[in-house]
Design a protein around this ligand. Structure first.
Ligand SMILES: *[C@@H]1O[C@H](CO)[C@@H](O)[C@H](O)[C@H]1NC(C)=O
Ligand SMILES: *[C@@H]1O[C@H](CO)[C@@H](O)[C@H](O)[C@H]1NC(C)=O
Ligand SMILES: *[C@@H]1O[C@H](CO)[C@@H](O)[C@H](O)[C@H]1NC(C)=O
Ligand SMILES: *[C@@H]1O[C@H](CO)[C@@H](O)[C@H](O)[C@H]1NC(C)=O
Ligand SMILES: *[C@@H]1O[C@H](CO)[C@@H](O)[C@H](O)[C@H]1NC(C)=O
Ligand SMILES: *[C@@H]1O[C@H](CO)[C@@H](O)[C@H](O)[C@H]1NC(C)=O
Ligand SMILES: *[C@@H]1O[C@H](CO)[C@@H](O)[C@H](O)[C@H]1NC(C)=O
Length: 485
């Protein structure tokens, strides 16, 4: 076979292999097929027994109702195209456990073979986190509506951030929870459910006094990896994992799953999905908020790590995924500063220089000569935000000692080609000093090489600062449409 036709064959095979693939964009704002923002936080994806369909459950949060909004549900065949089915568990006014004033967090849904129905569990609490219970609701239909059954203390103990795991080898489910912040607590439990997954029957293991939370388990042929967060409230932190041959242990020492000080690429642990594809098994880490990352597992070294890509192609049928290549424009060479914004030497920056002093509408940075296709494209903004003053994983610290209030994130404004009637807000979480992370936005770039992207600062509740910028990376548009087919 001639080289050119061989290359052509390889290219066609590659294209065929990826033809059902869809982009996954960690940290991006995801929309359902009706164009509405997906609101399903800190939840899970459950695979429907009969159909193989993926069902996404999560906390429904809207402006002005960030807790107690109930549990939303979406379905998908490919993990990228999501159809909304409304609320699977709706809050009930005046209810002791699922009123809008309650905490309804970290919902998980499993199939109960015994009852041929679906069971939902979550962290049930009152607004001051004084109850520390596990909620239980059931439905004959995976999409719901789920009917509240109970909210109970697992084996009489407290239960904070709730996780769940089902062993693919024997089908048994496990409740994973920390027993709170009190001195007597600060443990993480693995407890098994009874045969019909209606209640717990025994404690399998207790991770003693590590003071971690938000547990999730990844199961491979050989190993169990338990991933957990440090207790830093809504702030991201450096997630750790433990490994064992059996759920009862012995468990290894905890180890980091992402490069140090990236705070797990600005996320926290929660849930992990095993995709048993026709070609390979892939595990996805679901971090708070909306950060889905493939997991690289090394059984020889008894270790795992999360793999960051701004944009990747995932084929949920075959289990294969591949990074999408973008075009990079550095602040050092492709940007102009305006007002008080300026370029500063930074040894950790990709080109030794970072753009800083971004503030409001006047002190901005404009990237020029950006190539676009005329279709919406994901653009990742690489930034450093040191508002946290070097805050790490320690609970209850006081990060900002310079007479301020700790700030979760800065918000930058992004304007394409000077169109100020469409100002995008770019959330820039705090990073460690010298750590550059990225946040993507889907932007309408014109066809050609003359696009301009201007970044300023919006009000984050405290100030109008934008984070320091290292570079932007522009990704090709997705081939397949996500709209209703
Ligand atoms: C939450 O429950 C705890 C324990 O019963 C109680 O002390 C606390 O007052 C409750 N908080 C609210 C807001 O009802
Ligand atoms: C289950 O939910 C689906 C999707 O929401 C709906 O089409 C179907 O009618 C429901 N089935 C039952 C038995 O409620
Ligand atoms: C929960 O478990 C801890 C030990 O892990 C124990 O000290 C504590 O008393 C228990 N709390 C309750 C309410 O049972
Ligand atoms: C649960 O199922 C196992 C086997 O699947 C069986 O041995 C056991 O007796 C069952 N336990 C209960 C309480 O039904
Ligand atoms: C920036 O401009 C917008 C209107 O384009 C205005 O609403 C906002 O207040 C301005 N912000 C500052 C900090 O001047
Ligand atoms: C500290 O903050 C207070 C209240 O915001 C303000 O009145 C005071 O001037 C600040 N002090 C310094 C040293 O910035
Ligand atoms: C500017 O943005 C608005 C809002 O999205 C849009 O309607 C308008 O067509 C844009 N103008 C240009 C020149 O692209």
């Amino acid at each position: 076979m001639a080289l050119s036709s061989l290359l052509f064959t390889i290219a066609s095979l590659l294209l065929a292999g990826l033809s059902t693939a869809k982009y996954i964009v960690p940290g991006g704002r995801w929309h359902d097929i009706d164009g509405k923002l997906i609101s399903a936080h800190a939840g899970c994806v459950t695979v429907e027994e009969a159909t193989g369909k993926f069902w996404l459950f999560g906390e429904y949060k809207i402006e002005g109702q960030t807790e107690g909004g109930g549990v939303s549900v979406y379905s998908s065949d490919d993990l990228a195209t999501w159809e909304s089915h409304g609320l699977a568990l709706a809050p009930v006014k005046g209810h002791a456990y699922i009123a809008p004033s309650n905490i309804i967090q970290r919902p998980k849904v499993v199939y109960s073979k015994a009852g041929d129905e679906y069971h939902m569990f979550w962290h049930a609490d009152n607004s001051t986190y004084g109850l520390l219970l596990q909620g239980f609701a059931r439905s004959p239909n995976i999409s719901g509506p789920y009917t509240f059954v109970s909210a109970t203390a697992p084996m009489g103990n407290w239960s904070q951030d709730f996780g769940m795991f089902t062993d693919y080898k024997d089908g048994r489910s496990y409740s994973l929870y920390s027993n709170g912040d009190r001195k007597e607590g600060r443990d993480v439990y693995i407890a098994s459910y009874n045969n019909d997954t209606t209640g717990l029957d025994k404690v399998i293991h207790r991770f003693d006094k590590y003071d971690l939370e938000a547990p999730g388990i990844i199961q491979t042929e050989k190993s169990y990896f338990a991933l957990m967060s440090h207790k830093t409230g809504y702030r991201p932190n450096n997630v750790v994992a433990f490994r064992a041959d059996s759920l009862a242990g012995p468990w290894s020492q905890p180890f980091m799953v992402a490069p140090l000080n990236t705070r797990t690429f600005s996320s926290q642990s929660g849930f992990n999905l095993r995709i048993k594809g026709s070609k390979r098994t892939t595990w996805l880490f679901f971090g708070k908020v909306d950060i889905w990352l493939p997991v690289d597992i090394d059984e020889q070294r008894k270790s795992l790590s999360l793999v960051w890509n701004d944009v990747y192609d995932l084929n949920a049928k075959t289990g294969e995924w591949a990074a999408v290549e973008g075009k990079s424009y550095s602040a050092a060479t492709s940007a102009k500063t305006n007002g008080a914004a300026f370029k500063q030497e930074a040894s950790f920056a990709s080109h030794g220089t970072i753009a800083t002093g971004i503030y409001g509408n006047d002190s901005t940075v404009t990237f020029e000569g950006i190539e676009g296709t005329g279709q919406p494209q994901w653009v990742s903004f690489y930034y450093q935000n040191t508002d946290d003053m070097g805050y790490g994983d320690q609970p209850g610290g006081s990060p900002d000692r310079i007479n301020g209030t700790w700030q979760l994130r800065r918000i930058a404004s992004v304007v394409v080609n000077g169109n100020t009637s469409k100002v995008e807000s770019l959330f820039q979480r705090d990073t460690h000093k010298g750590i550059i992370l990225s946040t993507p936005l889907l932007l309408p770039l014109d066809k050609g090489r003359n696009n301009r992207i201007t970044v300023g600062g919006l009000f984050n509740g405290f100030d109008y600062k934008g984070a320091d910028l290292d570079r932007i990376v522009v990704y090709p548009p997705e081939k397949a449409s996500r709209r209703a087919r």
